[in-house]
Design a protein around this ligand. Structure first.
Ligand SMILES: [Zn+2]
Length: 254
């Protein structure tokens, strides 16, 4: 009896070699759940999957349910996002997004806004200027954490809730508490000094649509400061050190 099939739109997050010519594609499907599917023969030069299952591609796929992994039957490109592979700078900024989603998205957990957020982010990033790329990356990571139930607390103290902001800029941050800490609470929890403009940039990136960020990105120093904050939060709450984020810090591309 033929295996049941299903159709979904998905974003390619990762590709792993399997056997001689197959690939395992890790996908974020339109429900926001993660799926791992086998693309048989995808590494043969003649395979139609080779060009369609590229990293960051948005694809309409038809899959057959398998015992352990589902099997890709058909794939059609909905949005190729080619500039994200052609430009080293844009590729470097897109990589942490895919890496975090590979950890954050779960197989049986629907989070549709995670897919929508990522689809919009990739679409804006592919048309963005290089100096806007780190800010768009940081914004996607911050918004993804929030959609995954790990919203960073950047405008009020993560311990007591007292407002911090323009009048009383945040000077300390606790990764364990998930946000900034006011002067009164900083002795109560483990926290570290933090750059005020970086916190303000992170709060702005969390709250601002991607298109507006691309038009008027914060200065690079603040965008990288926001990236370091989100990387610390990911390490603490998702339990992973984003290697592609480390690359952004060391690559000197920006
Ligand atoms: Zn406090």
């Amino acid at each position: 009896m033929a295996s049941p099939t299903y159709a979904t739109r998905a974003i390619v997050l990762r590709k792993t070699k399997l056997k001689e010519s197959d690939l395992i594609c890790t996908l974020l499907d339109e429900s926001g759940a993660q799926r791992r599917v086998v693309a048989k023969g995808a590494r043969k030069p003649t395979s139609s999957f080779a060009s369609r299952m590229e990293l960051f591609c948005e694809v309409d796929v038809l899959c057959a349910e398998g015992r352990s992994l589902d099997v890709l039957k058909e794939a059609r490109v909905a949005a190729a996002h080619a500039p994200l592979r052609d430009s080293l700078e844009l590729a470097s900024a897109a990589a942490p997004m895919a890496e975090l989603l590979g950890r954050l998205a779960q197989e049986d957990l629907a989070q549709p806004r995670l897919f929508q957020c990522t689809s919009v982010a990739l679409g804006v990033l592919e048309g963005a200027s290089v100096p806007a790329a780190p800010a768009l990356c940081a914004a996607h990571l911050l918004k993804s954490l929030a959609l995954g139930g790990l919203r960073p607390q950047l405008a009020s103290c993560a311990v007591c809730g007292a407002p911090v902001g323009p009048g009383a800029p945040a000077r300390h941050l606790s990764f364990a508490e998930g946000g900034v800490v006011c002067p009164r609470c900083r002795r109560l929890v483990e926290c570290q000094p933090v750059d005020g403009p970086a916190v303000a940039a992170a709060a702005w990136l969390l709250a601002t649509p991607f298109a507006a960020i691309a038009q008027e990105p914060p200065p690079l120093g603040e965008a990288f400061g926001a990236l370091r904050i989100v990387q610390g939060l990911v390490r603490e709450h998702v339990g992973v050190r984003l290697r592609s984020c480390e690359f952004l810090f060391s690559c000197a591309l920006f």
